[in-house]
Design a protein around this ligand. Structure first.
Ligand SMILES: Cc1ncc(COP(=O)(O)O)c(C=O)c1O
Length: 489
């Protein structure tokens, strides 16, 4: 049962909120406001009613309304300014990016998630597709005999993942999926009962996928050593978690690499509890330091599901990913695939197999690594001129976390200032699990999750100029924004 609240904000905007029965009053109000903001029903800049007014209209205490407002300010949904009340912040589709709604893009974009799709190797792809499709048996164009995916691709992935990522993969245990998102969704339906442990912070879209499969989420704290599962207990003390989902090579969004002791802890947790670890290796190929970081799955292929994707190395729009599964999970995952999309499209799989076999895939990754490293260096050099800011998670991937000082403008202020200059940014706030304040660092960590993959080289350079200008205006300490950009060409 839902209760509808309709009220009118001070600025005359109609505020329609609905509260699910059985929910705490503050939780209900927070959830209803978040959902109104995310869906766009409460637009950026709208002024919310004073706490006293809303409390009276909804029959809540003023303290409950103020606590809900404070929480949403901390999460970046609302802005509180002395003298001008509480207004709705601009919430970019941001960390989620995967919105059902289309929003007008801003001219500059440093939101993480998308690689430089202008560098997609169209000619290389077309040549590989021609070769692969000419050589394919005609049965490849019918319904799949084997729902795990094309045998050509599973064989080339087994070889590639073993040599490039240290994954113990055999073609029988590989299931080709429509990107990591489909893989996670299938796993959330295929595994036995129990919650999913998920890193806090993590990508909000992935939480939605898990809750959409009617799973509870347990928030796992993340510190400088990565995700910590010690709070889950072990053996029969942890019967409620069917899986934990982690990003060991480059935690999303903090960028931390999972420390060896934490890797062991994860494996011990899985062995003693009977749960599985889902390893999201979304950007594992993009490492810039000397130290390679192999896949966790190499430590125990009966308790770890390895999940990989083409989204960073080639393009998200290919919607191609893969799961390397413990033997017992292959059939349950295939059954969920059968009941949802039946199979993954075959021409793309055949083309990718050809790219991997001809080593064009490796070449593409090497080119990408050099490109993203240059872009990252330009970002880091610029940030080094802003003494009050620090960057974390710089050794890999296509994003860094820019930490903001506690005693200055908060992330919502930076995002709003950037938006006014035409630059889309993503903050840390939306990545925290709602209602799990216990796993959040006590300092309230304010930060920007800055993607350096998106856009062509020139678009990226232009976005960086705006970014540094915004930061210099807010935090000072930068003589010239453009001098650090020479290295991006
Ligand atoms: C944390 C994380 N996992 C996985 C992915 C890849 O998802 P998909 O393969 O569904 O495009 C991304 C892409 O941005 C990501 O940020």
């Amino acid at each position: 049962m839902r209760k509808d609240w309709s009220t009118s904000t001070g600025s005359g905007v109609d505020l329609h909120l609905d509260l699910a029965a059985g929910e705490g009053r503050r939780d209900g109000l927070e959830r209803a406001l978040r959902s109104a903001i995310r869906s766009g029903r409460l637009a950026a800049g709208s002024r919310l009613p004073a706490t006293r007014v809303l409390a009276a209209e909804l029959g809540l205490s003023r303290g409950t309304v103020s606590a809900a407002y404070d929480q949403l300010v901390a999460e970046g949904y609302l802005l509180a300014r002395h003298g001008s009340g509480t207004t709705v912040a601009h919430v970019p589709d941001a960390g989620t990016r995967r919105s059902a709604r289309s929003v007008a893009p801003l001219p500059h974009d440093l939101v993480p998630g998308t690689p430089d799709v202008t560098a997609f190797p169209v000619e290389v792809w077309l040549r590989a597709a021609r070769r692969a499709l000419n050589a394919a048996p005609s049965s490849a164009f019918g319904y799949a005999g084997d729902l795990r995916g094309r045998p050509e691709l599973r064989a080339s992935l087994a070889d590639y993942l073993g040599r490039a990522r240290g994954v113990a993969a055999s073609p029988e245990r590989i299931v080709v999926v429509g990107g990591y998102v489909q893989g996670l969704s299938l796993l959330a339906r295929a595994l036995g009962p129990g919650a999913f442990g998920m890193e806090d912070p993590c990508l909000p879209f992935h939480r939605e996928i898990v809750t959409n499969a009617s799973r509870e989420i347990v928030a796992l704290p993340v510190d400088g050593d990565g995700a910590d599962v010690s709070g889950l207990g072990s053996g029969r003390r942890s019967p409620n978690c069917a899986a934990v989902v982690v990003t060991p090579a480059h935690q999303y969004p903090s960028g931390v690499t999972l420390a060896p002791a934490r890797r062991r802890l994860l494996i011990e947790w899985a062995r003693s509890s009977g749960g599985v670890v889902i390893e999201d290796d979304y950007d594992g190929e993009f490492r810039y330091g000397r130290q390679p970081v192999g896949a966790l799955q190499g430590m125990d292929h009966e308790h770890v599901v390895y999940a990989g994707t083409c989204a960073k190395a080639l393009a998200p729009a290919l919607r191609l990913g893969w799961l390397v599964l413990p033997a017992t999970l292959v059939d349950p995952v295939i059954e969920q695939l059968r009941l949802t999309t039946l199979q993954v499209e075959a021409p793309g799989q055949l083309t990718l197999a050809e790219l991997i076999n001809s080593h064009a895939y490796d070449r593409q990754i090497r080119l990408g690594r050099a490109r993203y490293r240059r872009r990252r260096d330009a970002l880091i050099e610029g940030l080094a001129r802003l003494p009050r800011l620090g960057a974390a998670g710089i050794s890999a991937g296509q994003h860094v976390l820019v930490r903001l000082p506690q005693d200055g403008p908060g992330e919502a202020d930076v995002i709003e200032a950037a938006r006014r200059r035409g630059l889309a940014l993503s903050g840390l706030a939306e990545h925290w699990h709602a209602g799990h304040a216990a796993t959040r660092p006590a300092d309230g960590s304010q930060g920007l999750v800055v993607g350096y993959g998106t856009g062509s080289e020139s678009a990226y350079r232009a976005a960086l100029v705006v970014f540094f200008d915004v930061l210099a205006d807010l935090y000072g300490g930068f003589e010239t924004a453009t001098s650090s950009l020479a290295s991006v060409s």
